[in-house]
Design a binder for this molecule. Structure first.
Ligand SMILES: C[S@@+](CC[C@H](N)C(=O)[O-])C[C@H]1O[C@@H](n2cnc3c(N)ncnc32)[C@H](O)[C@@H]1O
Length: 286
């Protein structure tokens, strides 16, 4: 598949499904956080906000002034961060429907004077070097057809002294102890890629190696699979209400396929194949 076809598919996927997602599940299009071992009982939206807060704490973020949200959806994190830190923020997405809805939400929250949303490609960002003191990417890296270029771009636009946080879907490590992915695991991943418009994912150690090569300082990583895995069963349960089913039928086959395949992710976490990986680091001050 060419990168252009992939981008078109991603755009169509989010154009078609984002308003339904918002109607049923709200403005955050990412996992929730259920405690380090996934045992906390939390309402779903509360768990999604907890994930943002836990990420900020884990990465030891100092209050930023100018934030970039790479792959911003309808601006869930962008607006949360802009409000929390009283900061400027920019969100980018491939989906014009998402960008329009995110702008509406910024207006509703009276944040439109300092928060903007653009349709732009994370692999060729329309921003100068050293522009943002927090670059945040929550569950968009899995869509990128060139992971190295993605991390390099995030790093390029980061200000010296600024912080980069990436949370992304990974597969299990394939070191000499764990072994290569089996044929069945590769098939399982292929199904996930197809349904969610992903070109491929990497293991967390592979991401770390790329980040190190890019020159990221104070690099840290963590695997939060256990903490977020309960999310999928909660989404599966809530997809069974009449409003969600009706919305799905109106949103087209690609969204229906994604809904019918929610168990691919929960099964992936159960077997240890799917992982939720985090990276954070800084850019050296000049
Ligand atoms: C699962 S959503 C996550 C949205 C948001 N981060 C959140 O947590 O609510 C993935 C987002 O990544 C964006 N995306 C995927 N590939 C992209 C690319 N190459 N450039 C910019 N955005 C991209 C999609 O448009 C979508 O907004």
């Amino acid at each position: 598949m060419t990168a252009t076809t992939l981008y078109e598919q991603i755009q169509q996927f989010y154009d078609a499904s984002s308003l339904l997602w918002e109607q049923v599940w709200g403005e955050h299009m990412h996992h929730g956080y259920y405690g380090p071992n996934g045992t906390y009982q939390r309402e779903r939206r509360q768990a999604q906000i907890a994930l943002i807060e836990e990420l900020l704490a884990w990465a030891e973020v100092e209050p930023p002034q100018n934030i970039l949200d790479v792959g911003c959806g309808i601006g869930g994190s962008t607006l949360h961060l802009a409000e929390k830190y009283n900061a400027q923020a920019t969100g980018i997405t491939l989906s014009p429907v998402q960008a329009t809805r995110a702008r509406e939400r910024a207006e509703m929250m009276n944040l439109d004077a300092r928060v903007q949303f653009e349709v732009a490609n994370a692999l060729e960002m329309p921003f100068a070097d050293d522009s943002f003191d927090l670059v945040w990417s929550l569950e968009s890296g899995e869509h990128m057809p060139d992971k190295e270029k993605f991390i390099r771009e995030c790093y390029r636009v980061l200000k010296p002294g600024g912080k980069l946080i990436i949370a992304t879907w990974c597969h299990r490590p394939t070191d000499s102890v764990a072994g290569e992915l089996t044929r069945a695991e590769k098939r399982h991943l292929e199904e996930i890629y197809q349904v969610y418009c992903l070109p491929y994912v990497l293991s967390l150690p592979e991401y770390e190696a790329i980040a190190r090569d890019c020159g990221i300082k104070n690099l840290r990583s963590a695997d939060w699979s256990e903490a977020v895995a309960p999310f999928w069963n909660i989404v599966i349960d809530s997809a069974l209400n009449p409003e969600a089913i009706l919305g799905l039928l109106r949103s087209g086959w690609k969204t229906i396929a994604a809904a019918l395949s929610l168990n691919l992710m929960s099964r992936g976490y159960d077997t240890g194949l799917v992982r939720f990986g985090l990276l954070c680091g800084t850019k050296a001050s000049n």
